[in-house]
Each structure stands twice: as C-alpha cells, then as structure tokens.
Design a binder for this molecule. Structure first.
Ligand code: BQF
Length: 288
C-alpha cells in the first residue's frame, strides 16, 4: 500500500513561499512581478490551463495579463507580439501557451522569446543551461516532480529513475534534473521504440510515467516499494460527470497503489506543482 504524495498540499507550500517573497519585494518599494501570457485559439484545455495560471499568479501577488488571439493569427504577428514583450521592461516573464495552431511553428516562437524572460524554460539557451547544470529557470513540470520527491523526504541519490516518455517538455528535461548534482539519480529514458519496456520499468526505484496514454503503466510494471510519479493528464469520457469527462493519469492507479511505497494522484498531483514552479520562475525573472 502506497502513501499518497499530495500535489495540492506541496504546491500550496511553494505558493506560500513565493507569496512571502513577492510581499517582501513590494515592501522594499519594488513593483510586483509581471507575467505576460499569450493564448492563441480556443482549445478548451489550453484556456483552462491559462486560467489556472492567471488565478495562481494573482493569489501570490504576481500581476499577469492574458492576451488572447484568434486561431488564424499569422506566425509573423505572433513573432511581433513576442518581440514587443521582449522590449517591454515592465514584462518580467513571457509564456506562450502550447500547443499552437498547426500553421505556426512552435520552435520559431519559442526561439524568439528573450532567454531572460523564458519562464517556461523552453528556449534553447535555457535548455542548454539546464543540461550543463547551471542555475536559471527550471522547466515547470520536471522541477515540480523534483520538488514533490524532495519535499516528501524521499532519497534520490543513487536511485534508478526510469522515465517513460521522451518529450522536450517532460522526459528529456526531467532526465537532466534527475542527473543534477545533489539529486544524483541514475536515469533511464524509455519511449515508444524501447524494447522490453515493462522489464525496464520494473527496475525503477522511481518510475515516472509521461506518455499521454491512460493506464499505460500496469501493476506488473511497478516494483514492490517503488515511487510512482504520474504526469499524465488524460480526458476520458464519463457521462456521470458534469463536464462529460474525467481526468486520469498514465498509470493504473489502483494496481500501482498496491505495490508502490509512494504514488502521485491525478488530478491533484504533478499538475499543481507545475503551476507552482511557474510562479517561482516568474519571481526569479523579476528578481534578476
Ligand atoms: C491537477 C499541459 C499537456 C499539454 C499542455 C493542475 C494543471 C493540470 C492538472 C495545469 C498542462 C498540464 C499544462 C492539475 C498546465 C498541467 O489538479 O491535476 C494544473 O494547469 N497544467 C499546460 O499549461 O499545458 C499543457 C498538459
């Protein structure tokens, strides 16, 4: 039987720390940190994420502005918006909500964001600093996972961390954070072409599921006593819910719960931690 790692509780701790630091900053006569959010199109999930980010910002005293544009805005227009925000000294952090409509190249937009304002830590310069192990912005979901583990008093040094999923947003940056001095895990990254994936997963002391496939991780893939981190946010139809769907992770929670020592829920697990790290990054953007 596992112990639950509560992302709502741990993210509230981080948000309280950010709120305290913002309040000290304002007491010292400085303006509040300012996050500019760019939302393109009407994807309901994206709109809901952006809403959550704005609300969490307001609660800790970070000023934020969500700028919304029609899905048919041109790539050139988006680049102009980013460049204007880069030049605006009142803007500390710039967040362009992903995914973008298919006629806009994500990479072109991300590369246009000033690294000094790159609170998502997606710019190649930010990613390079992460890989080298330099201080700077932290990728929100991976850093949120590290915070969950370390704030729960879980030892990472020498532990075998198996990450399922090789995305630029979760799998790859998380591998780098797990390898960082002070965390010191041994890391394996699995993906859709990995042979014997269940066998490798079973070797994990810390198993991270970031695939985007409900119930991909079954009970037989979890070693007895393993720590299971579920990054999945999947909408599955559920007529009994008001919205017509419910959120589930990438892990068969019931089966994994029986074998794991610690496990994260969905919702209320990694998701709220992601938002908390975004707030930390925005404060950092204003401070430096
Ligand atoms: C929770 C995201 C896929 C693609 C683009 C809290 C969030 C989610 C869940 C959230 C995500 C996922 C975000 C919960 C931001 C995480 O209570 O379980 C918060 O807002 N997220 C995003 O901005 O873009 C995504 C997932």
């Amino acid at each position: 039987m596992a112990q639950l790692i509560d992302g709502k509780v741990l993210s509230a701790q981080i948000r309280a720390e950010v709120k305290e630091a913002v309040s000290k900053r304002i007491d010292s006569g400085k303006r509040p940190p300012y996050l500019a959010v760019v939302l393109i199109g009407e994807d309901p999930a994206s709109a809901s994420y952006v809403h959550g980010k704005a609300k969490a910002s307001a609660e800790v005293g970070i000023r934020s502005d969500t700028m919304t544009y029609d899905a048919d805005i041109s790539e050139q227009e988006v680049l102009k918006i980013v460049e204007r925000l880069n030049r605006d000294d009142s803007v500390d952090g710039i967040l362009v909500q992903l995914p973008l409509p298919s006629h806009i190249d994500d990479r072109k937009i991300i590369n246009a964001i000033s690294p000094a304002k790159d609170v998502d830590c997606f710019h190649p310069e930010s990613v390079g600093n992460l890989v080298i192990g330099l201080d700077g912005f932290q990728p929100a979901t991976p850093a949120g996972i590290i915070e969950m583990i370390t704030r729960s008093g879980i030892e990472t040094s020498g532990q075998h961390c198996v990450i399922i999923g090789r995305s630029n947003i979760v799998g790859k940056p998380l591998a780098n954070l797990m390898l960082k001095k002070g965390i010191d895990a041994t890391v394996t990254v699995c993906h859709s072409r990995t042979k014997n994936l269940p066998e490798i997963a079973r070797q994990a002391d810390i198993l991270v599921a970031a695939i985007g496939w409900p119930n991909f991780v079954t009970g037989d893939m979890v070693k007895e006593g393993a720590i299971v981190i579920d990054v999945g946010i999947n909408r599955v139809d559920d007529a009994s819910r008001e919205r017509g769907y419910r959120l589930v992770g990438d892990v068969d929670f019931g089966a994994a719960f029986e074998k794991a020592s610690y496990i994260t829920p969905v919702p209320g697990g990694v998701g709220p931690m992601t938002i908390a790290v975004l707030l930390q990054n925005t404060l950092m953007a204003a401070t430096s």
